[in-house]
Design a protein around this ligand. Structure first.
Ligand code: ASP
Ligand code: MG
Length: 403
């Protein structure tokens, strides 16, 4: 007997038929004698539909009222699921974020969880009820409803698992687990049995949108046993944990991130303080910089600095740099968003030399030119032409996983 937290995403509860399917998954685990806490997302496109409704009325609503509105989607889901479980004759109760004591800060629309009291949940579990919890929502110190940011129900689930000291946190979704690559783009992609929290964080930030990043960060901090699995296929999914057996493969996955733009500053004076002026200007505007490259080949008095930012920040970054051209001290500036970042991630790459060479060889095989390179302990990223990105990903994947 265990305490299990399950979370089902919006597509898994999109209609009555799917709700019934999920109810049977919950019922099965419950009837094995486990204590069940189930976090749900809003059905299908409900959150987007609610957003659209708001825009029809006021394109600039306050975040407080937006949270009031969006949190309704999750509340619908738990009530409907409770009705389905009642129909199956199971004892159940649905609860809002407020009722479970999901306390957040006051950052409406992107609130951070501060504490979860969970008393009500424990009391309900003691009565052997299945507890359904509305995901994505909490309550702040003004007793207002807050939401945790898009995709936040994963984080609600992990927070419940931490608060209740759950034995397992299962995140059910519409994919079978975490794959070595996007299976829609690379048919040879294989499901991973396990992956580390750190690899998962890297893959998520690279665009493999399986789990909300903050949920993985929290799972890592509190060492929550996570499993990602499908609501449709009864198969074990992917376990996310602290340490995995990295003997089998040097890397865990290949991912593309298209949300990148590159800015190049040319003709900067080659003196101390230049990079500081560039990046201070950007940080004052809260613009995040990812990969940075500096070169001064063949010239002694000037240098160039290129860097990448999120696409949505490109225009603004160029604007503020131009405004400060005198102070920063550059001759020319250029930008492009016709690029992508292709990365390999693997906790095993630290201990296996030759991983970078293998990646570059596969890029050469695919005749892909590399713009920038960056590396960390568990990741190697290259910036390539946007039109080459998928070919690059497939070629790298073939070399590491399909050989
Ligand atoms: N319903 C919210 C969203 O669509 C939260 C979630 O699904 O995790 O972002
Ligand atoms: Mg999600």
């Amino acid at each position: 007997m265990a305490l299990i937290v399950q979370k089902f995403g919006g597509s898994s509860v999109a209609d009555a038929e799917k709700i019934e399917r999920v109810a049977w998954i919950i019922a099965e685990k419950y009837s094995e004698g486990n204590d069940m806490v189930v976090v749900l997302s809003a059905q299908g496109d409900t959150t987007d539909d609610l957003l659209a409704k708001a825009m029809e009325i006021n394109p600039n609503p306050s975040k407080r009222e937006m949270d009031m509105l969006l949190s309704a989607g999750e509340q619908m889901s738990v009530a409907l699921m409770a009705m389905q479980l009642e129909k199956l004759g199971l004892p159940v109760v649905s609860l809002t974020g407020w009722q479970v004591g999901m306390q957040t800060n006051t950052d409406y629309s992107n609130a951070r969880i501060k504490a979860v009291s969970g008393e009500r949940v424990r009391a309900e579990l003691d009565r052997r009820r299945i507890v359904l919890v509305a995901g994505f929502q909490g309550v702040n110190s003004y007793d207002d409803i807050t939401t945790l940011g898009r995709g936040g129900s994963d984080t609600s689930a992990v927070a419940m698992a931490v608060a209740l000291n759950a034995d397992l946190c299962q995140i059910y979704t519409d994919v079978e687990g975490v794959f070595t690559c996007d299976p829609r783009k690379v048919p040879g992609a294989v499901k991973l049995e396990e992956i580390t929290y750190d690899e998962m964080l890297e893959l998520a930030s690279l665009g493999a949108q399986v789990l909300h990043n903050r949920s993985v960060e929290m799972a890592k901090r509190y060492n929550v046993k996570l499993e990602v699995l499908s609501s449709y296929v009864r198969k074990p999914g992917t376990k996310v944990k602290g340490v995995i057996n990295v003997e089998q493969s040097k890397i865990s996955g290949v991912a593309i991130d298209s949300n990148v733009a590159q800015i190049a500053l040319m003709g900067l004076t080659d003196q101390p303080g230049v990079a500081f002026r560039v990046f201070r200007t950007l940080s004052q505007e809260k613009i995040n910089v990812d990969i940075i490259l500096q070169s001064s080949v063949g010239r002694s008095e000037t240098k160039d600095i290129s860097f990448t930012v999120a696409r949505s920040d490109m225009e603004r970054a160029v604007e503020v740099l131009k405004e400060n051209q005198q102070m920063v001290g550059f001759k020319d500036i250029s930008m492009t968003d016709k690029i992508s970042k292709v990365s390999i991630v693997g906790a095993g790459m630290m201990s296996s030399p030759g991983v970078a060479a293998l990646m570059f060889e596969s890029l050469y095989d695919a005749k892909v030119n590399i713009g920038m390179i960056s590396t960390s302990e568990i990741k190697i990223s290259v910036i390539v032409d946007e039109k080459d990105a998928e070919r690059a990903m497939s070629s790298i994947h073939r070399r590491f996983f399909e050989a």
